[in-house]
Design a protein around this ligand. Structure first.
Ligand SMILES: Nc1ncnc2c1ncn2[C@@H]1O[C@H](COP(=O)(O)OP(=O)(O)OP(=O)(O)O)[C@@H](O)[C@H]1O
Length: 436
């Protein structure tokens, strides 16, 4: 039997020579019982045996109603001190004490480097990054996880899309984050060991007015680094031969200079191309000149319009589709665009955003914004007298009502598909049962 770095290596006075003491968790993990005979050999760690990332799931030893908040930074440093040079394997369970409470951690992931063997096993070193997980409902809340692992890619710890004015795109953002930014959360020495190359280009596509540009700009603003460059595709187009390519190359010149001088330490450069289909339909337009630290977020209706060569790894390798918002998304978008009038009491209490969301199937974010604007125009118009436009307006009495919104729904209709309203009209007498 091979015992991999279990427990404390100093012999305890009550353990006789030739005996090994294992606690209950260790016995369970090694599948031995008290009194079993074991043969033990010394384990010499091979080169490159240090763990890069160790993901641990935490639980209380005594399960109950207790709840604790655990600071990931503080726990990482304590576990590092306590278990430095210890070998951890996926599935390994270890008990430990932290601030007077007994916990067990289970190793969910033990990552060395990309080249290492498929066995998830390695030694904790001073450079190992700990990621803590706690299943919901087990009473353990992990805080400060980001500080324990990040290289401060985002300006703020919390990232709430809705408070940035983007509604209904939480799932898409989670996808974008996982595929383009998660690797950047770790410091360069960790990603180098994992053999990861950061994603440099991303294509965001989908129907018009769904918030592609809005989300790209908001993400760009939240990232630490240079201010994002926002470029409109047609703006860089030139009728002169070679001039469009030069315009695109010029956009990346700063990023390339940075990559040449500070290298991996250079700041993140973000370039957002709006309406990129204008310049990428033909081969070769942006083929070269993309610096390592560039992120390109582009958007267009369908990715079929784009030159296939640009969708290969290293170019616009991540492609995210943004579709029309679902009902929950529509509620969020309507909330965003009515927030100000609600705060200043211009929104009548009878306005039911949930009901409006249910009636606006197939509306894009931009169209929902249009509905709000149209409702406001009905409300304001009600206050004006066309006979005398100089008559003072009573600010207090301005109220945007549900009726204004319902009128707006007739004025703003979705470009794609039909709204629920139209469908309702088609089934005036309800569903007709036509049998199986
Ligand atoms: N998901 C959303 N949440 C909040 N507002 C939205 C959303 N989608 C669109 N809007 C509103 O519509 C405006 C236009 O949307 P935006 O330009 O981001 O859409 P797009 O998908 O980039 O469209 P296009 O493909 O036509 O360029 C935004 O500035 C915003 O006011």
């Amino acid at each position: 039997m091979l015992v991999l770095g279990y427990g404390n290596q100093t012999p305890h006075q009550s353990i006789q020579k030739g005996y090994i003491a294992l606690n209950a968790i260790q016995r369970r993990h090694t599948r031995v019982s008290s009194g079993n005979s074991l043969s033990v050999s010394r384990f010499t760690p091979p080169d490159d045996f240090k763990l890069t990332v160790l993901t641990l799931e935490l639980e209380f030893v005594k399960k109950g109603t207790k709840s604790e908040q655990i600071d990931a930074v503080a726990l990482s440093s304590q576990l590092k001190k306590r278990f430095i040079n210890q070998v951890m394997t996926a599935g390994h369970r270890v008990s430990f004490e932290y601030l007077g409470t007994n916990y067990i951690f289970t190793v969910n992931q033990a990552v060395r480097s990309e080249e290492s063997s498929s066995v998830e096993r390695g030694m904790i070193s001073s450079e190992t990054y700990f990621i803590f997980e706690a299943p919901s409902g087990n009473g353990i809340k992990i805080v400060n996880q980001r500080s324990a692992t990040t290289s401060n890619i985002f300006k703020y710890k919390e990232f709430n899309l809705q408070s940035l004015g983007v509604g209904g795109l939480g799932a898409e953002f989670a996808d974008i984050f996982r595929r383009a930014f998660a690797s950047r959360v770790f410091p360069a020495h960790v990603t180098n060991k994992l053999g990861i190359k950061h994603v440099k280009g991303m294509l965001v596509y989908g129907p018009p007015g769904t918030g592609k540009t809005l989300m790209a700009c908001q993400i760009g603003k939240m990232l630490n680094g240079k201010d994002p460059k926002i470029v409109n595709g047609p703006e860089v187009l030139s009728k002169f031969v070679g001039e469009t390519e030069k315009n695109v190359r010029d956009l990346f010149a700063d990023a390339e200079n940075d990559q040449r001088l500070p290298g991996d330490e250079s700041e993140l450069h973000v370039t957002i191309f709006d309406e990129i289909d204008a310049i990428c339909k033909s081969r070769g337009s942006t083929r070269d000149g993309t610096g390592v630290h560039d992120s390109i977020v582009n958007q267009l209706l369908t990715k079929d319009l784009i030159d296939e060569a640009l969708l290969r790894p290293g170019r616009l390798e991540v492609q995210i589709e943004i579709s029309l918002p679902d009902e929950n998304g529509r509620i969020q978008i309507l909330q965003i665009h009515t927030n100000k009038m609600k705060e200043s009491s211009f929104l009548a209490p009878d306005v039911n955003l949930q009901a409006l969301a249910a009636r606006t199937k197939n509306y894009s974010g931009a169209e929902l914004e249009g509905v709000v604007k149209s409702a406001v125009s009905f409300a304001l118009n009600g206050q004006l007298s066309l006979d005398d436009l100089t008559k003072p307006v009573d600010e207090e009495s301005i109220k945007v009502t549900m009726d204004d919104f319902l009128r707006a729904l007739h004025e703003i209709v979705p470009a794609f598909g039909a709204s629920t309203d139209d469908l309702e009209r088609c089934r005036l007498h309800g569903m007709v049962d036509c049998g199986d």
